[in-house]
Design a protein around this ligand. Structure first.
Ligand code: PLP
Length: 413
């Protein structure tokens, strides 16, 4: 399938970077090089100010108060839902606001899968899943007697599609997979995969945590049943995220967590639950956080996701070429279609030692298993280093990173 190249416009990336106050910091007396955006993204002033403004001027609870502040708080919260829905090309009444991907996947596990699955049923996962898209399904499997099957990878760190499709047999009720790997950067062809699953009557859940920050998303076009994402990786506040689900699923799913806001009427004889997303939004939400997420969506939309993707691809290209010059460096994940996430090891150096010494040079990367133990087992390593870039990074930072890496590599040799 040929994919049209994204339409891009010229952006002043230096001005964009200046929107991020934390990026002006020094760490251990060196300018910060923040290459850990797959872990959490940095926040522009617009997001920080939206959270600040909410507490300074509008703070009230949502949906309960008729007073002005209550109305404004509700507008901020519902405004975020509407903005996110437009950003994802879905309907707002199919979008459950929640604390992030982990909650979103657990909601599907407990509310959709648990009542449905039976002994003999199966769930298909992939080797490259984050623990957030493994452990909830193990809990479901333990309780229902269902089994889990795993789709394996090829040598470039892509899904072996032929083998994946051969796993999609009649007992499979759900295929849960990541859109973009948080370790390898691999972008999975989720549209094609979801189409194949759908043909076989299998529901699909896509973990979009690492896709939403980097590419224009059209969830309606992907054709999945559930799509989970997290706000803090999209330049938004922590503790924000969403689950998109087809309305027919939302209407059929029982509540996951009970409490205020998710009901129409409560009597001791029984409770009538709210319709749609609200049924799954019990209690006081992270209103200030969603005011910030709304601002993050505005910020990303103003830049244009196609521009962001093009910028990050240019950074990735330069970064990969520069790493290729570092002696003894091995990259994990070399799929042709990948996000700006690079996992690597340097011969003779432990991942944590490298990351600790790089921190002393002002460079922030992640080291460890990246919440992907099965992927580490596949590669036969306990940990890797992971450098993950975002649109606010620069080519100069890549040079600084490589210089720092060469310095610490020789120290460890
Ligand atoms: N899935 C993927 C692919 C991730 O990268 C992450 C976060 O690292 C998660 C799920 C979990 O997201 P959260 O901690 O925001 O729930």
């Amino acid at each position: 399938m040929t994919v049209a190249a994204p339409t891009t416009t010229a952006i002043d990336w230096a001005a964009v970077r200046a929107d991020f106050p934390v990026l002006t910091r020094e760490v251990h007396g060196k300018p910060l090089v923040y290459f850990d955006s797959a872990n959490t993204g940095q926040k522009p002033n617009a997001v920080i100010e939206a959270v600040d403004d909410f507490y300074r001027r509008h703070n009230a609870n949502v949906s309960r108060a008729v007073h002005t502040l209550g109305t404004e708080a509700t507008e901020a919260y519902e405004g975020a839902r509407a903005k996110l829905a437009r950003f994802l090309n879905v309907r707002g009444d199919e979008l459950v606001l929640c604390s992030g991907t982990t909650f979103a996947i657990n909601l599907v596990a407990y509310s959709w899968a648990l009542p449905r699955l039976q002994p003999g049923d199966a769930i298909v996962l992939t080797r490259m899943e984050h623990h957030a898209n493994i452990v909830p399904w193990q809990l479901v499997a333990q309780r229902t007697g269902a089994t889990i099957k795993v789709a394996e990878l090829d040598e470039l760190g892509r899904l072996d599609l032929a083998r994946l499709y051969s796993l999609l047999t009649p007992e499979v009720k759900l295929l849960a997979l990541t859109h973009v790997s948080n370790v390898l950067g691999t972008v999975n062809p989720v549209r094609e995969i979801c189409r194949e699953a759908r043909k076989r009557g299998i529901a699909t859940l896509v973990d979009g945590s690492q896709a939403a920050p980097h590419r224009a998303l059209d969830i309606a076009a992907i054709g999945c049943d559930f799509y989970a994402l997290t706000g803090h990786k999209m330049s938004g506040p922590t503790g924000t995220g969403a689950l998109w689900a087809r309305r027919e699923h939302l209407d059929a799913m029982p509540p996951f967590i009970g409490g205020g806001e998710m009901i129409k009427e409560v009597r001791f004889e029984g409770t009538v639950f709210a319709d749609g997303p609200r049924r799954f939004e019990a209690g006081t939400p992270n209103i200030a956080g969603f005011a910030g997420l709304g601002a993050a969506v505005d910020y990303l939309s103003a830049l244009g996701m196609d521009n962001i993707e093009a910028r990050e691809q240019a950074l990735l290209e330069r970064f990969t070429a520069a790493l290729g010059e570092v002696p003894g460096l091995r990259i994990f994940g070399t799929a042709p279609d990948k996000a700006a996430v690079v996992s690597f090891l340097v011969e003779g150096a432990h991942a944590h030692d490298l990351a600790t010494l790089l921190d002393l040079e002002g460079v922030a990367i992640r080291s460890g298993h990246h919440c992907a133990h099965p992927l580490m087992q596949h590669f036969g390593v306990p940990a890797t280093c992971r450098a993950s870039l975002a649109y606010y990074n620069t080519f100069e930072e890549i040079d600084a990173f490589v210089a720092a890496l060469n310095k610490v590599r020789t120290l460890l040799a």
